[in-house]
Design a protein around this ligand. Structure first.
Ligand code: PLP
Length: 395
């Protein structure tokens, strides 16, 4: 009999972390690999945030804190929701965890019974289905078409709903596509959700601040009839280049917030006291660099999309947020190239040209691959040249 639990056997390790690891190994073995797999900004954490953390250490903020977040951080989060999303929450509607990832994990653990369904539009962030499975729930994957910008439509949502549906996950702007939902698109989905009163919505807003072309960010809790059924998750990892600090948070119904805290109290307890102090400064301090960094990402996005679309067999939508593109490689999957799947494509690309990207099937949609352009322009230029030469060599 295996020592490993049945629930763990249902899941797989994160494929994006696996690609990053593989690239690291090849680099250590002396290969000149360009990694376009990582989901984190290449910018450094701003100095005012670092200074706040150092000050917190000097001030002795080095003890356990309230399990689900310090009062100072909860206040800063309440203010953030009011300032940026015009949403009113009280502090007991806020929870803070060790990254958005822990908040989501706790939320599923706290709410899912065996067989409960969670609607997950594909392509999706790799962790959603596995977290749901681990919690005993059932992912209901809904494939979204490129022609719809890889977004869920009201019609598809309606079709996916069953008596067992407990949650719908929305992620805008999205990992892996970079595409964000407009207010109109969210309102269309909301019409279906307002009719189906038992469904809760988990809105993953982690890429809220990384957006382009005057995209107006809108989050579903802003629809007043749905606010009481929505858990809005966000964090400082991407907006403030703080992935290693591990602070994420959520706002929502008090019963869910309390249940999330209960799980955390029996697992990790509070997130790092020092990181929480840093997050207070991130949310309350100057915000200017958010726009500056978005502008830098935009320049890279424009370059990457243009380069990809100049390659025969590859086509790429122009996304309006995050730092990912999700090009199609379907034009290169055929008898002539001897490549059958997107996994074949990314493996060959790594083998022959030393560029690490992630296959679309890891995100629930075959025939595509994900590029993270959160790396230097120099790296991107080199990577695009290599991808172009690789694709040309196939034809
Ligand atoms: N949600 C999405 C869509 C993500 O891409 C990530 C990180 O890659 C997270 C949540 C979790 O972020 P963190 O745990 O760093 O806050």
């Amino acid at each position: 009999m295996s020592i490993i639990s049945d629930s763990l056997k249902r899941i797989k390790p994160s494929p994006t972390i696996a690609v990053t690891q593989k690239a690291r190994e090849l680099r250590a073995a002396g290969k000149d690999v360009i990694g376009l797999g990582a989901g984190e900004p290449d910018f450094d954490t701003p100095d005012n945030i670092k200074d706040a953390a150092i000050q917190a250490i000097r001030d002795g903020e080095t003890k356990y804190t309230v399990v689900d977040g310090t009062p100072a951080l909860k206040k800063a989060i309440v203010r953030k929701f009011k300032r940026e999303n015009n949403l009113d929450y009280s502090e007991d509607q806020i929870t803070v965890g060790t990254g958005g990832k822990q908040v989501l994990y706790n939320a599923f653990m706290a709410t899912l019974n065996k067989g409960d369904e969670v609607i997950i539009p594909a392509p999706y962030w790799v962790s959603y289905p596995d977290m749901v499975l681990l919690a005993g729930g059932k992912p209901k994957i809904v494939k979204c078409d490129e022609k719809d910008g890889f977004k869920l439509t009201a019609k598809k949502l309606q079709k996916a709903i069953s008596k067992k549906t407990k949650w719908l996950i929305l992620n805008s702007p999205s990992n892996p596509t970079g595409v964000g939902y407009s207010k109109d698109e969210i309102e269309d989905l909301a019409k279906v959700l307002i009719k189906n009163k038992k469904i809760h919505i988990l809105s993953d807003d982690i890429y809220e601040h990384i957006k382009y072309d005057n995209f107006n960010f809108f989050t579903i809790a802003q629809i007043s009839k749905l606010k009481d059924r929505t858990l809005t998750m966000n964090g400082v990892s991407k907006s403030y280049a703080m992935t290693g600090w591990r602070i994420g948070y959520a706002a929502g119904p008090k019963d869910i917030i309390k249940a999330i805290g209960k799980i955390q109290s029996q697992s990790t307890s509070n997130p790092s006291s020092i990181s929480q102090a840093a997050a207070v400064e991130a949310l309350n301090g100057i915000q200017d660099y958010i726009q500056e960094r978005s502008d830098a990402f935009k320049e890279r996005r424009d370059f990457v999309v243009k380069s990809l679309n100049s390659i025969e067999g590859i086509s790429c939508l122009t996304p309006n947020g995050a730092f990912y593109v999700f090009p199609s490689c379907k034009g290169l999957l055929n008898k002539k190239t001897k490549l059958k799947t997107d996994t074949d494509f990314v493996q060959k690309l790594l083998e022959k040209s030393n560029v690490a990207v992630v296959q679309g099937s890891a995100f629930g949609l075959n025939g595509y691959f994900r590029i993270s352009y959160a790396t230097s322009m120099q790296n991107l230029q080199k990577a695009m040249d290599r991808i172009k030469s690789f694709c040309e060599s196939l034809l």
